[in-house]
Design a protein around this ligand. Structure first.
Ligand code: ADP
Ligand code: MG
Length: 478
């Protein structure tokens, strides 16, 4: 079997040349902008007699190309090889999000995994989960420190991550726990640690795994009588990067297993880095002894980025992907999507998609259209100022009349400023309108309030956590 694959496989210059010719063909047929957006990022992976294997950055690309350029692709192949060929797409491997991998409706993608993986000998008793047998394939080389934009919101987390990558297990930061809401760069930072440590040659064996994959693997290992192998594997690494440990909540026996592995690694000075979507002490259903182990290391948070950082992230992304998007548009996007970078990037991709589909320029009016679309049904954008006033009022124990009234008592004034700050952060209301909701105050009062909260969060770690907790309450309407 293996031989046939090798015989069929052409050498790399062949398929690179074929793909280059396809690109030439395509380039002449479509606008330059479309070409750069959808075709330039595609990589040829390999070729056999009848198949060409291409890699695309994400599933969205694949859908887009299949639905818009299938015919063009066919023509391109024909022109390059004089013959028809089947095109097989795969998502650049480490980029496939878990939810897509496990979603049966994406079978097309699941079947066309890269030949590299296809050749891997399949043993009868391989584990089912996406588990420790696939080690080494999980770190995404695109997540580096280099393209992680630093802002006030993540500076400390990044500094700790860099320190750990430079001296794994040698700092007092083990475990390093990184927490923050979804889409703020935890996974990026975690993987950047892995990439950097590998590049520097600081570690021999790294395991990157999310806690739910770990759980699935553990269950599969028990079923297959392989739990010793399972634990041996994790105990043999010198760096364990565990993503999203909130999924351990309530899973007693997996936690037990993790606890033993954790202790073992800890004693051997292996570096452990964990991420979670909330502060560790807020992880319910996690055993106390585990929590107290976390306290032995360092816990750092990532907050939502401010406007400048959001713009910088978009600029970096645009630059990295060779996209030509006017600054005004990036600024507009960054102003309107505030609390989640994943959504921010998603909006940018959607913008590109629309512009190439409709053959129109990327400008503010197209951006507004996109934002209106994304806005529908998204909980982050549906927070009302009343929600904010109510939640902040609860925390400070004051009612709405006091909140919007004239009192200058310290507690009340502070509650008011905090609510104004969140109104600015979490709604799309103008400063003027926010002022109106607070008893007809002036817009400069709102600006002052925001500055006050921001400067205090920068100085006072405890206050910062306090603000973080309020934000979570508002966002979840708890
Ligand atoms: P989380 O794991 O916290 O949910 P991710 O690490 O998956 O978030 O980040 C979501 C997206 O935002 C990723 O594409 C990531 O590269 C990007 N991102 C987040 N923070 C930054 C940053 N500071 N600089 C550049 N890109 C970022
Ligand atoms: Mg993540």
């Amino acid at each position: 079997m293996k031989n046939t694959i090798e015989e069929n496989q052409m050498n790399s210059t062949d398929y690179q040349a074929v793909w280059a010719e396809c690109l030439e063909y395509v380039k002449d047929k479509i606008p330059n902008h479309t070409y750069e957006t959808w075709f330039q990022p595609i990589k040829a992976a390999s070729m056999t007699k009848d198949d060409l294997f291409l890699q695309v950055p994400n599933k969205f690309f694949y859908d887009w190309i299949e639905s818009h350029y299938k015919e063009l692709m066919g023509q391109a192949i024909k022109s390059a090889t004089g013959d028809g060929m089947t095109i097989n797409y795969s998502v650049m491997l480490s980029d496939i999000p878990e939810e897509i991998k496990s979603d049966p409706s994406h079978t097309a993608l699941n079947q066309t995994i890269t030949p590299r993986i296809r050749e891997k000998p399949k043993t009868e008793d391989s584990l089912t989960g996406s588990g420790f047998l696939e080690r080494g394939t999980k770190i995404n080389i695109n997540y580096t420190f280099d393209n992680f934009i630093e802002g006030r919101n993540n500076q400390f987390a990044k500094a700790a991550a860099v320190a750990v990558a430079n001296s794994p297990g040698q700092t007092s930061f083990s475990p390093l726990v990184i927490y923050g809401s979804t889409g703020l760069g935890k996974t990026h930072l975690l993987q950047a640690i892995g990439n950097e440590a590998m590049t520097l040659g600081k570690t021999k064996r790294i395991a990157y795994v999310s806690s739910d994959t770990f759980t699935l693997d553990f269950i599969a290992a028990i079923q297959k009588n392989k739990s010793t192998d399972f634990s041996k594997y994790y105990r043999s690494v010198d760096m364990l990067l565990m993503d999203d440990i909130q999924f351990f909540q309530g899973k007693e026996s997996t936690q037990e297993q993790f606890f033993h592995i954790f202790n073992d690694l800890y004693q051997h000075h292996s570096q452990i880095v964990l991420t979670t979507d909330r502060p560790p002490m807020k992880l319910q259903g996690l055993q106390d002894r585990m929590l107290s182990r976390f306290q032995a290391g360092l816990t750092v948070d990532i907050q939502p980025p401010d406007l400048e950082t959001r713009i910088a992230i978009l600029q970096k992304k645009a630059e990295h992907d060779n996209l030509d998007i006017p600054y005004k548009v990036l600024e507009y996007l960054a102003t309107n999507i505030r609390s989640n970078i994943r959504e921010l990037e998603g909006a940018m991709i959607r913008l590109l998609a629309y512009s190439s589909l409709l053959q129109v320029d990327i400008d503010i009016s197209l951006t507004q259209k996109i934002l209106r679309e994304i806005g529908t049904g998204k909980p982050t954008l549906s927070i009302s100022i009343e929600d904010i006033q109510k939640q902040v009022g609860k925390v400070y124990d004051i009612n709405l009349d006091l909140m919007v009234g004239k009192s200058r008592k310290k507690e009340i004034a502070e509650a008011r400023m905090t609510a104004m700050y969140f109104a600015r952060e979490l709604t799309n209301l103008s400063l003027k309108n926010i002022g109106l909701y607070f008893g007809g105050r002036d817009h400069s009062t709102v600006v002052h309030a925001c500055k006050w909260v921001e400067s205090r969060t920068n100085k006072d770690e405890q206050y910062k956590r306090f603000i973080y907790n309020i934000r979570q309450k508002i966002e979840t309407k708890a």
